[in-house]
Design a protein around this ligand. Structure first.
Ligand SMILES: Cc1ncc(C[n+]2csc(CCOP(=O)(O)OP(=O)(O)O)c2C)c(N)n1
Ligand SMILES: [Mg+2]
Length: 272
């Protein structure tokens, strides 16, 4: 296992701890998006607890805000706050680590959770960078089910209109949303064609749980000029825990003690 992959698996272990203790969270989407978050925070983005108030920090928006439990683990691990506090209090009454992103938490740029808003905010941030002559890049992570929201298409149109090559979207293409396969609920199988027709540079990532492929794709996006880029990252919902993989029931399923122990065991075997 290379360093980034190992980090992503350690963070999977943290996510399992956090969601088991709280009996809350969205474990399936956390496990599909964690490699994307790991590569962004450990390899790609220029953002850290040290420069977090600096106007030139890279911006990150988790538009699929229900997976904040994964984001908390990455931010905590990067030192934005005490990760253990997030593990122990996630979703508890009075905790600052509530079930959706909230700007009261260091490292979080935007409240989200109501799907379909992140890309439009990302367009605004990317446009502001150009107007203020700042060099930061803006990254927005969306779910494939979330792509049913019409507001995304208005944001896609504006991003291309303003030629925002400092904007990079990522779709966590795990083929499932809350109530079943995206192909059945609202088909998004031709997302590449949709983004292309709106004027975006489309970068398919065959294995969106592969840190090396993701790193390469983010490099390609950063080098591309004149149009916004989108990574279409083919992931597996629940990736890394066999009984959760590709199962719609684990969108926000709650683990029994036995399931928790099995999940931990599997992740520890992967890490060994
Ligand atoms: C506007 C809005 N409608 C409905 C929901 C309820 N909801 C929460 S998660 C979800 C499914 C999202 O699926 P997807 O974007 O594919 O996320 P992932 O598979 O990565 O968990 C839905 C419909 C919401 N949060 N916001
Ligand atoms: Mg999905």
């Amino acid at each position: 296992m290379d360093g980034l992959t190992k980090k992503a698996y350690e963070l999977r272990r943290d996510i399992i701890e956090e969601v088991y203790r709280s009996g809350a969270g969205h474990v399936g989407g956390d496990l599909s998006v964690i490699d994307i978050l790991t590569v962004l925070y450990y390899e790609v983005m220029n953002v850290s607890p040290e420069n977090w108030r600096d106007g030139n920090r890279d911006r990150f928006l988790l538009s699929k805000g229900h997976c904040v439990d994964a984001l908390y683990m990455v931010l905590g691990d990067r030192g934005f706050f005490d990760k253990q506090e997030a593990i122990e209090t996630f979703s508890a009454f009075g905790s600052r680590f509530i079930g959706h992103p909230n700007t009261a938490v260091p490292g979080i740029e935007m409240n989200s959770g109501s799907l379909g808003h992140g890309l439009a905010l990302g367009v605004g941030m990317a446009l502001a960078a150009r107007m203020d002559q700042k060099s930061y890049r803006t990254y927005v992570v969306l779910g494939d089910g979330e792509m049913a929201e019409g507001s995304n298409y208005e944001a896609m149109m504006a991003a291309a209109h303003y030629r925002l090559d400092n904007l990079c979207a990522v779709v966590d293409l795990n083929r499932l949303q809350i109530s079943g396969p995206t192909g059945q609920v609202m088909d998004s199988s031709d997302l590449g064609e949709k983004f292309k027709s709106f004027g975006w540079n489309v970068i398919p990532v065959a294995d969106g749980n592969h840190c090396g492929q993701l790193t390469e794709a983010f490099r390609e996006a950063a080098a591309f000029r004149g149009r916004p880029s989108v990574l279409l990252a083919c992931t597996v919902k629940g990736k890394g825990v066999s009984f959760m993989e590709d199962q719609k029931g684990w969108h926000h399923g709650v683990m029994s003690r036995e399931q928790y122990e099995t999940a931990v065991r599997e992740l520890e075997v992967a890490l060994a």
